[in-house]
Design a binder for this molecule. Structure first.
Ligand SMILES: O=P(O)(O)OC[C@H]1O[C@H](O)[C@H](O)[C@@H](O)[C@@H]1O
Length: 849
């Protein structure tokens, strides 16, 4: 059976409440040949249309990661909408495929086969919001959501099995198949994403095993593909970093599309496919994407910590494991910092101008050694290099058969390194390449001897009389704090002018002094294939070989450093400067506090992040932050007077003591919260909370003090709700709880005695351990242990929602439960009774062992 709705078709579509019970009605439509056919359709009718669509739980699910502030509504359930006469919204429906075109200015109604009942399910959009959702009528699960603003996008699907979650927005989306009971559930599935002309599709596919590995064949893999659809004739699909055949196929049709297919014979577990479509940059352009509107689930998969700057402000490369503190957001190698940009560069000149546009210099190599060092350092087989062009005389011409493809045919030059060695394995300078990037040196110790121009061919540092970024890049003053990221590390938009002024030094980044770059020619080589796994450590002695800033290269999109997942969000530059306070101890040790709830959102110790922060956490200064260390006060758990866990975590705190270093280099800061009309509306007492953080080399002390500033006594419970970041929940444990009585909140609050020395978690876990010892030890990774010492916080809650509950939480990553463990010290079993005028002191100390 196939369907097509023509302009003015007689087929009608009933708007209905998806939560009501469907009835089956017969409808009329026309098939591809224009012949009327009758069909059965599930129609939902509801006398009282609801405002939620289709139900809050499902809607929240769809919302995950998206920043969709307005909530969709459903039309009058009784109204009948017709496809407008001037647009054919619905292209075709076959028994296996629905194709629909969304025009955002018009209401849209389409239909889809219900794969289970094989009856049609009506699909509708919000009238002018261009929202469409396909709901599986049996499971009530949203299968598809389309959302457009002014882009029309065509999507088509094969039959979508119930367990496939598909979230398509106008230019990004994701589909994933969640594992059920840790058993793989595969169908033959195809998703087609059609990409408009002059756009680039970024996509990634990951297959994560659902717990059952075939021996010797671990299933997990992660691939990122950048698919350029320049011409529909081109069959090239650029897929890098995959040791497996990627189930992606480019279709030679117009408009170009990419097919993602999972085969039933795949032995592994669930999969995820994420895509984003962006306009293709012009050839001479390094275009950074405005990632602020891209959901985190998409960002994480496609861009974060892949050693390549994709987003404005380089927010995707902040706080990555490869980046040392000397190179914020950049790759450090040989005492230099590199940023790699994706660009549509055809030749050296466009690379150079693209680099200059970012106030950076094109990196160059002078010797084969530098070349080798860079190749090995970045684990890339081919790159662009800088060479000197020298007039050739006959006897210097390359020997016959030498593996040299020289541009000399064009320029009558031969290419040599600065030390005179002939450069081999080159391709002609005028060879155009379709996909490339440039690396730029943006930070280095000042090369002062270069400034007189006598001894160096290249010098990338000069005076910065303008605005100096924290990354040492020099940009025009007018570009700082103008709402646009110009510094690689985004530091020009933190607007800490005073602070930064004091750091402006006499060196910065301007192109060559003394010698112009035009004396050199850079040849672009195209990467064939390479897999980059993490960031290789620089070779010993590398710095000596880097006499000069190195070179320009293109980089494939390598495997992601999974441990860096989501960590970009824990970088303070993600937030308005007024919202976060940073306790910076140096050497990669710092704490970031969001003033919303005085929530510690990051604690890095020697560069290693200790805290989990959900990538779908909402930062709207209203909702509690999901992760870090929220402060729970004056009530732990559900509260009849106000929100769960009280109001402290959702109030804006004041900075009582800004970050200050003591003589040991430790950093202290304090935050306070006092009662106001809103708090008294829930809990009618006057109070003052003082929350002090002290960051040492290996420890973080959080002291929590409650002052009763009221004339009457009050009672409260409180807790520091720490989310630890763990590579794998399976490898975590808590020691020191043996013999304690615990309240099992997932078992009707019954009490049990903990018999285990080493408490591990294998399921939804929500236990309140009463009267815990002052010290427990938390194993957050096989090689990472922390000690938790408490004072006046006698109870310890151990919590992990596990898979099902995590999925139901809108602000929790689907697989976030694997990567977090909450160990929460508090006073929750019995309340603190605090007399008028009195104070309650408590603290917790985490020390890395
Ligand atoms: O979702 P939230 O309100 O942040 O609460 C998260 C969790 O906090 C604590 O660990 C409680 O013991 C749990 O019962 C609760 O689910």
């Amino acid at each position: 059976m196939s369907w097509r709705v023509f302009p003015g078709s007689t087929a009608d579509f009933t708007m209905r409440d998806a939560t009501s019970i469907p009835s089956v009605v017969t409808g009329v439509s026309e098939n591809r040949d224009g012949i009327s056919e009758t069909h059965q359709e599930e129609v939902y009718t509801s006398p009282t249309p609801k405002n939620e669509f289709p139900s809050s739980t499902v809607w929240n699910d769809v919302q995950r990661g998206g920043d969709r502030s307005h909530s969709p509504h459903i039309h009058d359930s009784t109204s009948v909408q017709q496809v407008p006469s001037d647009v054919a919204c619905l292209e075709s429906i076959t028994d296996s495929t629905v194709n629909f075109l969304i025009d955002c200015s018009l209401p849209l109604v389409v239909k889809q086969m219900n794969p289970v009942t094989e009856k049609l399910v009506t699909v509708w959009t919000d009238k002018y919001g261009c929202l469409g959702t396909v709901v599986n009528s049996l499971s009530k699960k949203v299968l598809t959501t389309v959302w457009g603003v002014d882009v029309c996008l065509r999507l088509s699907f094969d039959i979508v099995p119930r367990l496939l979650q598909v979230n398509f927005f106008d230019n990004f989306g994701w589909a994933n198949q969640p594992p059920v009971n840790a058993v793989k559930l595969y169908y033959y599935e195809t998703l087609l994403v059609e990409v408009p002309d002059m756009h680039v599709l970024y996509t990634s596919v990951s297959v994560v095993d659902a717990g059952i590995d075939v021996p010797d064949q671990p299933c997990d893999f992660y691939c990122t593909a950048v698919v350029e659809l320049i011409s529909y004739r081109s069959r090239l699909l650029s897929v890098n970093g995959c040791g497996y055949e990627l189930p992606l196929r480019k279709r030679a049709r117009r408009p170009p599309s990419v097919e993602f297919r999972v085969f039933t014979n795949t032995k592994c577990g669930n999969f995820k496919m994420v895509y984003a479509i962006f306009p293709k940059p012009r050839k001479d352009e390094v275009r950074l994407l405005n990632c602020s509107a891209v959901p985190r689930v998409v960002l994480d998969d496609l861009f974060v910590c892949d050693m390549e700057v994709d987003c404005e402000g380089a927010t995707d490369e902040h706080n990555c494991s490869y980046s040392k503190s000397a190179c914020p957001g950049m790759i450090e190698s040989g005492q230099k910092c590199f940023s790699v940009f994706r660009a549509e560069l055809a030749n050296w000149k466009t690379a150079l101008s693209a680099c200059e546009k970012h106030s950076l210099s094109l990196a160059m190599a002078k010797t084969p050694k530098e070349w080798d060092a860079l190749v090995s350092s970045f684990n890339i087989s081919n790159m662009f290099i800088g060479l000197k062009a020298v007039e050739v005389s006959g006897d210097l011409a390359p020997a016959a058969g030498a593996p040299i493809v020289l541009a000399s045919a064009v320029y009558k030059n031969i290419w040599r390194w600065a030390d005179g060695t002939i450069a081999y394995n080159l391709i002609p300078v005028n060879q155009s390449v379709s996909l490339s990037s440039c690396a730029m040196v943006v930070s280095e110790n000042p090369v002062t001897d270069c400034q007189d121009g006598t001894d160096e061919d290249f010098c990338v540092f000069g005076k910065c009389s303008e605005y100096k970024c924290q990354s040492n890049q020099c940009i025009p003053k007018s570009k700082s704090c103008d709402g646009v990221f110009d510094c690689i590390d985004g530091s020009d938009e933190t607007c800490q002018k005073d602070h930064i002024q004091t750091h402006v030094q006499t060196t910065s980044f301007t192109p060559a002094l003394g010698t112009t770059m035009s004396q050199w020619i850079v040849v672009f080589l195209v990467i064939a294939t390479a897999a980059v796994v993490g960031m290789p450590a620089p070779e010993p002695g590398l710095e000596q070989r880097f006499l000069q800033p190195a070179l320009v290269f293109i980089k494939n999109r390598g495997n992601r450093v999974s441990s860096a997942r989501n960590m970009a969000l824990q970088n303070p530059s993600h937030f308005p400067q007024s919202d976060v306070v940073v306790l910076e101890r140096g050497e990669g040790t710092r704490v970031v506090v969001h003033l919303h709830g005085a929530t510690v959102i990051s604690w890095t110790c020697s560069g290693e992040e200790q805290l989990f922060l959900s990538s779908t956490s909402v930062f709207d200064n209203k909702k509690a932050i999901r992760g870090g260390i929220p402060v729970v006060f004056p009530n732990f758990g559900p509260w009849s007077l106000g929100p769960q866990h009280g109001f402290a975590r959702i109030k804006r705190w004041t900075v009582a003591i800004p970050p200050m270093k003591d003589k040991n280099g430790d950093v202290i800061a304090a935050f306070s919260l006092e009662d106001d009309e809103e708090t008294r509306g829930m809990w009618n007492f006057k109070f003052k909370l003082v929350y002090t953080l002290q960051l040492s080399e290996k420890s973080l002390v959080s002291s929590f003090v409650v002052h009763n500033t009221d004339k009457t006594d009050f009672e409260f419970t409180c807790l520091l709700h720490t989310y630890f970041r763990v590579p794998d929940i399976a490898n975590t444990s808590v020691q020191g709880l043996k013999g304690l009585t615990y309240i099992d909140k997932v078992n009707d609050g019954k009490e049990f005695r903990e018999e285990r020395e080493v408490v591990t978690l294998t399921e939804n876990y929500d236990r309140v351990y009463k009267d815990a010892p002052k010290t427990v030890v938390i194993q957050t990774a096989p090689t990472r242990r922390l000690q938790l010492s408490t004072c006046n916080l006698p109870d310890i809650v151990v919590w992990n929602p596990w898979e099902d509950k995590a999925k139901k939480m809108a602000d929790f990553d689907d697989d976030g439960w694997r990567h977090m463990l909450c160990v929460e010290a508090g006073k929750v079993v019995s309340p603190v009774v605090l007399k008028a005028g009195d104070k309650f002191d408590s603290s917790q100390t985490f020390t890395l062992l």
